[in-house]
Write a protein that binds this ligand. Structure first.
Ligand code: PGA
Ligand code: ZN
Length: 422
């Protein structure tokens, strides 16, 4: 056995896809095996997420620097973890959770802690000489997630007039991940041509989808219908992330910030119902506010599709447990940086699976070239993955990693298509 004890941990400040600082940590083992992890960052951040520690020093990066988080890794965390075997992931995560000592990881920063947690597991996989997805899932990890490719951006991810944050396409009727991805990429190109023809903007938003101004959010689906037709993409369905926690909610009435439309809970449920009837929408994420459990229960009662909790659950088993008790949602978005350690991420996935929820691995709107979530999706067996558009390298890097994994799996690889959805 090659020596798998942690020898060194080093964190530094780098830039994410929005040009905002984030943390990159490298873990080196006694054996010389070395792995890094860069942490992503959200824009439509959930109220109940673990804390992303920022310097708040207005002299640097408008206060967004992460030198304190780096220092916490390089001094406090490193001192505790050097000498520990990298295979002891749960112990390592527990040490960091205890060292932080707060409910929301506000002392050391969830960004600091997660960077170490994931760099450790990647170094451990290297030490074993297996890819990360295999290390995490052992021999049974053969299933590729269904991608939800975000082709039109709105909400907090674009400066256009769309209130729905993400319009995505999911290749549900294809026999493999690569065939499905190809079709999505073709639709993306056809969509671009259609937008150009109509003199609409083809500039892209934070997650790489087009961000045109449109006369209504519904118009986006009409354009998508046209793109699907041109691409002869009959096996593609739509999914959305409304990110409704970003909308104003007062006394049970929602107000969409861009168009200023006001809807009661019941009207909002009706709004979604109408769209589902008109278009092949099979999943809605954050169709209600993170504090509006009543609204979520109503959606669950009224809509017979996959309802994904992102800001609602924040990858947190306590919030998920409440959701199970109240029968809100039937699916969970998994963002490791919402909770801050690999162990807790795995716990959220396990609890969701036990309850019969579907699971969706997810990027953040601020990303890096790091592709760890692709391996996590396969290794931890999430049903779907949400990692942005078919443009911008920080998004396509994850798809490209999944293509590699699919190739490695060869004949053993499984692609579930539609059956991966609730
Ligand atoms: P965020 O958006 O990374 O800006 O939070 C992604 C999402 O809401 O799913
Ligand atoms: Zn979301």
């Amino acid at each position: 056995m090659r020596n798998s004890k942690i020898k060194d941990i080093f964190a530094m400040e780098i830039l994410d896809s929005r040009g905002i600082p984030t943390i990159k940590t490298t873990v080196t083992l006694e054996s010389g095996d070395r792995a890094s992890c860069s942490v992503p960052s959200g824009a439509s951040t959930g109220l109940y997420e673990a804390v992303e520690l920022r310097d708040n020093d207005s002299e640097r990066y408008l206060g967004k620097g992460v030198t304190k988080a780096c220092e916490n890794v390089n001094k406090i965390i490193k001192e505790e973890l050097v000498g520990i075997n990298a295979f002891r992931q749960e112990d390592i995560d527990k040490i960091m959770i205890d060292l932080d000592g707060t409910e929301n990881k506000s002392r050391l920063g969830a960004n600091a802690i997660l960077s170490v947690s994931l760099a450790v597991v990647k170094a451990a996989a290297k030490n074993q000489g297996v890819p990360l997805y295999r290390y995490l899932g052992e021999e049974k990890t053969n299933t590729l997630p269904v991608p939800m490719c975000n082709v039109i951006n709105g909400g907090a991810h674009a400066s256009n007039n769309l209130d729905i944050q993400e319009f995505m396409i999911a290749p549900t009727e294809y026999s493999s991940f690569s065939e499905g991805l190809r079709k999505c990429a073709e639709v993306f190109q056809h969509l671009k041509a259609i937008l150009k023809q109509k003199n609409l903007s083809v500039a892209v938003g934070d997650e790489g989808g087009f961000a045109p101004d449109l006369e209504s959010d519904e118009r986006a689906f009409e354009l998508l219908n046209q793109a699907l037709e041109r691409a002869d993409a009959k096996g593609i369905k739509y999914t959305i992330d409304a990110a409704a926690s970003e909308w104003e909610l007062k006394d049970g009435v929602y107000k969409m910030p861009k168009r200023g439309i006001s809807l009661t809970r019941e009207e909002l449920a009706g709004y979604w119902k109408n769209l589902i009837q008109k278009y092949p929408i099979i999943s809605i994420e954050d169709g209600a506010n993170e504090d509006d459990w009543t609204g979520w229960q109503l959606l669950k009662k009224e809509l017979d599709i996959q309802l994904v909790g992102d800001d609602l659950f924040v990858t947190n088993t306590k919030r998920l447990k409440k959701g199970l008790e109240l029968s809100a949602a039937n699916s969970i978005l998994i963002k490791p940086n919402q909770i801050g350690t690999l162990t807790e991420t795995i716990q959220a996935i396990q609890m969701a699976k036990m309850a019969g929820f579907s699971t969706v691995m997810s990027h953040r709107s601020g990303e890096t070239e790091d592709t760890t979530i692709a391996d996590l999706a396969v290794g931890l067996g999430t049903d779907q993955i949400k990692t942005g558009s078919l443009s911008r390298s920080e998004r396509t890097a994850k798809y490209n990693r999944l293509l590699e994994i699919e190739r490695e799996l060869g004949q053993k690889g499984v692609y579930r298509g539609q059956s991966a959805f609730k």
